[in-house]
Design a protein around this ligand. Structure first.
Ligand code: AMP
Length: 289
């Protein structure tokens, strides 16, 4: 595996690789099985795998955890190598943003709800960095996790609106044994919070049970999840929402893919989770865009 620290070198390599299938896995590092599952899938499906590690300041709000975001370069390099990454693009902030940008990208659709509403500007930062990374790496396919379902919806719109010749690959959420979605931020949970955090997925599975038994009233499902979390979850509820996926428009009876998503704030970490279902209550493995 080659580690690349500059934009210039990455662009030179991307040029040399033209004509090959290049699978790209953008991350913010502190790798766990979720990231590695994306890389493994990319390894299976492409000639070349490029992973990037860059904690993008643009997607953090002024009071968010940019400075505290966990980092472990040595371990990340070992893990990336282990799963067969060919090129690890590891730029500094100075490489990605050598001066203040002279333009502003703004996402106007699919961001009025969920994390887009809770974290104003977050997805503008995401589309800016992803656009830059797509230009630098020039992949033929890009791998994103459905753990961040809204991010996948936003990237799908970005690829389509800006005609990137890139196939979007949405990969299922990898979970701990008890069901907690893996996340770099889980490290900041106290032992008590870690035990309690399983309630996020339990609340979603309860909602799935309701849909399986025929419930189709969005408001009732939402308020039942809130009731459940208020009873069982020690964190502060940020949101509980149900939308059509990936449009993130209100779900109706004709909606084919529903996303049910929750966000909860513990003392040092804000956790998100979601499930994507049809109205029969079946989990959709192969999400359609
Ligand atoms: P991050 O480093 O948090 O920006 O995540 C990088 C990529 O890994 C994103 O596409 C995430 O959606 C994906 N990812 C993060 N956690 C998981 C998980 N538990 N399962 C699958 N993919 C994940």
């Amino acid at each position: 595996m080659k580690i690349i620290y500059t934009v210039n070198e990455m662009q030179t390599i991307a040029k040399q690789l033209q004509g090959k299938q290049i699978g790209f896995v953008p991350t913010m590092g502190f790798l766990h099985e979720g990231h590695l599952s994306l890389a493994r899938k990319a390894r299976e499906e492409n000639d070349i795998v490029v992973m990037s590690i860059f904690v993008n300041p643009l997607q953090f709000g002024p009071n968010e955890d940019f400075d505290q975001y966990p980092r472990n370069e040595k371990r990340d390099i070992e893990l990336a190598e282990l799963v067969g990454v060919d090129y690890l693009f590891y730029p500094t902030e100075g490489q990605m943003y050598p001066r203040k940008l002279s333009l502003q990208m703004e996402m106007t659709d699919r961001v009025h709800v969920l994390c887009g509403a809770s974290r104003p500007g977050h997805f503008d930062g995401v589309i800016t960095v992803v656009t830059k990374l797509f230009h630098i790496v020039q992949p033929t396919a890009a791998y994103f996790g459905l753990k961040d379902a809204q991010q996948v919806a936003v990237i799908q719109a970005l690829i389509s609106d800006l005609n990137f010749p890139i196939k979007l690959k949405a990969i299922a959420t990898i979970r701990e044994e008890d069901g907690l979605a893996m996340s770099s931020r889980n490290k900041y949970l106290s032992d008590k919070e870690r035990t309690n955090a399983v309630e996020l997925i339990k609340s979603l599975r309860m909602a799935q049970q309701q849909i399986l038994s025929g419930k189709k009233n969005v408001d009732e499902i939402q308020s039942d999840i809130i009731d459940y979390l208020q009873k069982h979850c020690h964190g502060k509820i940020d949101y509980v929402q149900l939308w059509e996926y990936p449009s993130l428009q209100p779900a109706t009876i004709t909606t084919e893919q529903l996303v049910i998503a929750v966000a909860v704030k513990y003392e040092q970490a804000r956790l998100i989770d979601n499930i994507i279902l049809d109205w029969q209550g079946n989990v959709i493995e192969d999400v359609q865009f």
